[in-house]
Design a protein around this ligand. Structure first.
Ligand code: GTP
Ligand code: SPV
Ligand code: MN
Length: 593
């Protein structure tokens, strides 16, 4: 039965039904009864393994095809009319050609299968910022994950009414052929098609496909921003909460920072951190002239390895009920889950992510490095009371960051908005297991949006500059690096909860409460201004963490120059000027630490 009378929705679904030829069509209503029945069916079909329901109530394990474990950037396409509008960082194909290719693959793809129609909302249903979509899929796993990650069901259809501005999404598992995977976006007609995958960001279309690649296009047209950013609130001992967003590339610490618990001493002073979002922020200018952020998601699709009661208790607790685990190990002693970094003692016997017997002496990892949990946001102990506020939260600071073993110091602040945009545009980070391909290779990843910007990167930078001119009270912009290593290759900064010490400085700077040292890169903290009480970091290590190597930075400028050339003639002149100014400050030896 249809959940909507919206003629354009119905006619598009009719068209897709004729094409894919399912045995039956099932609308996802959002009611618990239907979801529970689908979980049962997934268990019966072997798609989900029911975990220990006493220790992990409502939790299930899923194993993907071993060739389908991460986003596939080389199979991801932006199909707009003009190739030049997709820009040099996106793969492009002519929309007509791509549609015919996709429709040929979709022809009969649901034969003998069920088409699930998922009406979903990014952001709170009925709020002025919400955007609605429909994902058609033949995967119960996708239905169950979308049900956690977004707001799903009849209320979405009711809120949409007769509006034609919805996002169309088609997903076909086909036979998961790695060579035939396609993650395709048609920004000019708000359509997404995923083929031959059943993994995370490839197929949970609300996430990267819609909330970033399509939404970045909408934001540019409508004057707002869709960003790969966590959102968190920092409450000071006087009860005042200030909000920051942070853009780090995939698997570089967003979920961890978003749920941070301050170190003992700072906690005792009365500081607290509230999580609003861990991956995506939609930012708009509020009537008060500040930038306001909403998290369009409703759950966390977080990296499992490294998550522990020590590193991120709030994430651990979030996964103790109603969670779907993907590609982690199964601890056979009590039918629970395990992954590397969860605790010191691995289980004596487990089933690894590929479904094979595993013991601590096995040469391979028990959990895939990109194994994940899908957990409802409501499970998070530090979820912000503002999470469901349709207006979002006002942003005091924007933080960029990445994995850099050497170049980037622990923290610095931009001189102004344009300089901050420049900092974001030349961001670089070591690649991680979140996408297929080599791991640990430094690449430019502007604003952590390289794989997610749905149009020309230079136009995106221009949009940032334009927004800066329009925001009467813009957030201050910072850069952080939790991943500096010492001479032995160990992380020099303890990270995790101790990142609060850096956040404290950022908040103080954003509120104009303390001074800073003006250096070639921007404003850097005086060493004494990073709260080191109870911290196991000597002053000399602290100085190293904040130091800037002149030669490395000259190399960095060279790299940025080459990158701008690659992005081409649309690179805004303001950014070229910032690059030249930085290079000249470094050359002059201007306050290099
Ligand atoms: P996506 O979900 O892919 O967008 O990743 P994310 O940015 O949310 O990254 P996440 O917080 O899941 O962290 C990824 C990995 O980085 C995990 O293995 C963490 O343990 C590790 N990590 C996070 N924060 C820190 C930190 O402050 N220091 C160090 N050394 N590692 C960290
Ligand atoms: C990322 O890779 O940035 C993720 C996971 O958050 S995915 O949903 O696969 O994009
Ligand atoms: Mn992400």
């Amino acid at each position: 039965m249809n959940l909507t009378k919206n003629k354009s929705v119905i006619s598009w679904i009719d068209e897709m039904t004729k094409l894919t030829k399912p045995d039956q069509v099932v609308w996802i209503t959002g009611e618990e009864e239907q979801i529970a029945q689908l979980r049962e069916q997934a268990v019966a079909e072997g798609t989900l393994i029911r975990l220990n329901q006493e220790k992990l109530p409502g939790c299930y394990l899923h194993r993907t095809d071993p060739d389908d474990v991460a986003r596939v950037e080389d199979r991801t396409f932006i199909c707009c009319k003009n190739e030049s509008d997709a820009g040099p960082t996106n793969h492009w194909m002519d929309p007509k050609l791509m549609y015919s290719k996709m429709y040929a693959m979709a022809d009969g793809a649901y034969k003998g299968r069920t088409m699930y129609v998922i009406p979903y909302s990014m952001s709170i249903v009925g709020s002025p910022f919400a955007k609605y979509g429909f994902e058609l899929t033949d995967s119960i796993y996708v239905v169950l994950n979308m049900h956690i990650m977004t707001r799903v069901g009849k209320s979405v259809c009711d809120a949409l009414g007769d509006d034609t501005g919805f996002i169309k999404g088609l997903h076909c598992q086909c036979n998961l052929d790695p060579k035939e995977k396609y993650i395709v976006h048609f920004p000019e007609d708000n359509t997404i098609i995923s083929m031959n995958s059943n993994y995370g960001g490839n197929v949970l279309q609300g996430k990267k496909c819609f909330a970033l690649r399509i939404a970045s296009n909408l934001g540019r047209q409508e004057g707002w921003m869709a960003e790969h950013m966590l959102i968190l609130g920092i409450e000071n001992p006087r009860g005042k909460v200030r909000y920051v967003t942070a853009a780090f590339p995939s698997a570089c610490g967003k979920t961890n920072l978003a749920m941070l618990i301050p170190p003992e001493g700072i906690l005792k002073e009365g500081w607290k951190v509230w999580c609003v979002g861990d991956d995506i922020a939609w930012l708009r200018i509020g009537q008060d002239g500040r930038l306001w952020a909403v998290n369009p998601e409703n759950g966390f699709f977080g990296v499992a390895p490294g998550t522990s009661m020590k590193s991120n208790p709030n994430a651990m607790i979030s996964t103790r009920k109603d969670t779907i685990f993907t590609n982690v190990a199964l601890d056979t002693s009590d039918n629970t889950v395990w992954w590397e970094g969860m605790n010191k003692t691995p289980p004596a016997h487990a089933i690894d992510w590929r479904g094979r017997e595993w013991t601590p002496s096995s040469p391979e990892k028990a959990a895939h490095p990109n194994s994940r949990f899908t957990a409802p946001a409501r499970n998070c102990p530090c979820l912000s009371p503002e999470f469901d506020n349709p207006q979002g939260v006002p942003i005091s600071a924007i933080i960029f960051g990445g994995r850099r073993a050497k170049t980037a110091p622990l923290v610095y602040q931009s001189f102004n908005w344009n300089h901050g945009v420049f900092m974001g545009s030349i961001m670089a980070s070591e690649t991680t297991a979140a996408a297929t391909g080599a791991v640990g290779v430094v690449r430019r990843d502007p604003m952590a949006m390289l794989p997610f910007c749905g149009y020309h990167m230079a136009d995106y930078w221009q949009h940032w500059l334009d927004m800066g001119r329009k925001i009467p009270h813009p957030p201050k912009i910072f850069n952080v690096n939790w991943f500096r290593t010492d001479d032995d290759g160990n992380f020099a900064w303890p990270g995790f909860g101790d990142n609060m010490r850096v956040l404290e400085w950022i908040i103080a700077r954003a509120s104009d409460e303390i001074g800073a040292e003006e250096t070639a890169l921007g404003y850097e903290p005086y060493t004494r201004d990073i709260n080191a009480k109870g911290l196991d970091v000597t002053t000399s290590v602290m100085r190293d963490l904040l130091s800037v190597d002149r030669n490395l930075w000259l190399e960095e400028c060279k790299g940025a120059r080459e990158y701008y050339k690659k992005i081409g003639e649309r690179v805004p002149v303001e950014l070229w000027e910032e690059l030249e100014a930085l290079e000249s400050r470094i050359n002059r030896g201007y306050h290099i630490r």
